[in-house]
Design a protein around this ligand. Structure first.
Ligand code: SAM
Length: 417
């Protein structure tokens, strides 16, 4: 069910109008959005102009006063004046009120062009805050993104070398299920597990992306975050000698393990490339099918991953992903945990956001083919999750709430043009 959001600012002329326009345009499927002020004024022509620049038309908006919303059920009221905490009204009918102040762009000194630049600055701040608060997308700078990738890389280097710190309860850790037991639970048949070289299946997936894939002899398949090569080797049997499989992974230790696995099994139609999935070492329009298993949730820039995937797919090509998404936001303590990130929790975003990011990259026919709660026993047994819990002292009930919110999904999307 949609939540109702009301943005409030003194004259409902610029900040609240921009916020209303952006939230409705970007997240209107999840929110009914309104705005109002404590007094009425004409909607600012500069606000209309800078919103037009990002493709959002608010020229038909009109300034409204709070009285129009008296008695209406509001889930979230957001006050946007720069000194919101001190002066903004509390809306008694709102279940939750957030005071989030932004500078009044009307007060920007200087020429017309400088004032317009002030409006753009405030627009961008409002957009970034809405994406973060309502969309669950935290825009990181390049340094923050690199730090996250480095931390993830270190975590998976340890896994590749036989240590712990993984998405699922890897066989490397005592007390946990074996890789085969996990893979059985997430959709691999024993025939598939027997068909790959020993050591290729580390039990790191959260689904079987090939299970629903239309994959043909002669196809070129790309695996994003190929790990020790499990899904690549399964795909290699299906594409045959006339096809090929490319696995991309950023962790050299994982790549070494995958190459070793290919060599010892004499598999020649699979190639492993070192690289980040945010900037793929693959040519434009070169691939028929992209698969990925429990990796994109780890990326600090998922939008870039999907846009890269779109770039390298041939027109008509398919994206088939198994991944972890959320139904609700995670507790802040988990979000800020390094161990939780490497363990595939803290980097996950809400399902709706994830699907919107895929659509935003240009994909069509975006569909969730399978969805299940990520089994709580896997999380409770998982050494990574245990480390997270020990460090964060999260109460058991909260863990069950987290478990309930974590979903394993299989998503299919097509590049039509
Ligand atoms: C959970 S494991 C999954 C491995 C494999 N897909 C499987 O199912 O066995 C995640 C893998 O993705 C790789 N990885 C994570 N983030 C990446 C990124 N941004 N670019 C490339 N590889 C990444 C890690 O090095 C690791 O090997």
């Amino acid at each position: 069910m949609k939540q109702t959001v009301l943005f409030i600012c003194t004259a409902n002329a610029a900040r609240s109008q921009m916020a209303e326009g952006y939230l409705r345009a970007k997240y209107g499927k999840r929110f009914d959005v309104f705005s109002a002020g404590t007094k009425q004024a004409r909607v600012s022509s500069r606000a209309i102009a800078v919103m037009q620049e990002i493709g959002i038309d608010i020229s038909h908006h009109r300034s409204k006063v709070l009285d129009e919303f008296k008695g209406k059920p509001i889930d979230i009221a957001v006050t946007l004046c720069d000194n919101a905490h001190a002066v903004c009204p509390v809306v008694p009918s709102a279940k939750k009120t957030i005071h989030k102040g932004f500078f009044d762009p009307h007060l920007t000194p200087g020429t017309d062009e400088e004032i317009l630049a002030g409006y753009r600055r405030v627009r961008d701040e409002i957009v970034a805050w809405i994406d973060e608060y309502f969309g669950g997308i935290k825009k990181m700078n390049e340094k923050e993104s690199q730090d996250i990738r480095e931390m993830v890389r270190k975590g998976y280097a340890t896994v590749a070398e036989g240590g712990c710190g993984c998405c699922g309860p890897s066989s490397c850790c005592t007390g946990a299920d074996t890789a085969e037991q996990i893979s059985g639970k997430i959709g691999y048949s024993s025939e598939e597990m027997d068909a790959v070289p020993d050591g290729a299946n580390l039990g790191l997936g959260c689904g079987n992306p090939l299970a629903h894939s239309a994959i043909h002899e002669g196809d070129t398949v790309l695996d994003l975050g190929s790990g020790a090569g499990f899904d690549c080797f399964l795909a290699s049997r299906k594409v045959g000698n006339t096809g090929r499989v490319i696995g991309v992974d950023m962790t050299p230790e994982m790549l070494a393990r995958a190459r070793q696995n290919a060599n010892k099994a004499g598999i020649t139609n699979v190639e492993f490339r070192l690289g980040e999935i945010e900037s793929l070492p693959v040519a434009d329009c070169a691939v028929d099918l992209i698969i990925s298993n429990c990796v994109i949730n780890l990326s600090p820039d998922k939008a870039r991953v999907f846009s890269e995937a779109f770039r390298v797919l041939k027109p008509g090509g398919t994206l088939m992903i198994s991944d972890i998404v959320l139904e609700r936001d995670l507790p802040v303590a988990v979000l800020s945990s390094v161990a939780a990130y490497v363990g595939c929790l803290a980097g996950a975003v809400r399902k709706g956001v994830y699907l919107d990011l895929i659509r935003g990259a240009g994909f069509s026919e975006v569909a969730v083919l399978e969805e299940s709660t990520y089994p709580i026993e896997l999380m409770v047994n998982d050494p990574t999750a245990q480390a997270v819990l020990a460090n964060l002292s999260i109460p058991k009930e909260e863990l069950y709430q987290i478990g309930d919110s974590v979903r394993s999904v299989k998503v299919r999307a097509v590049k039509t043009k």
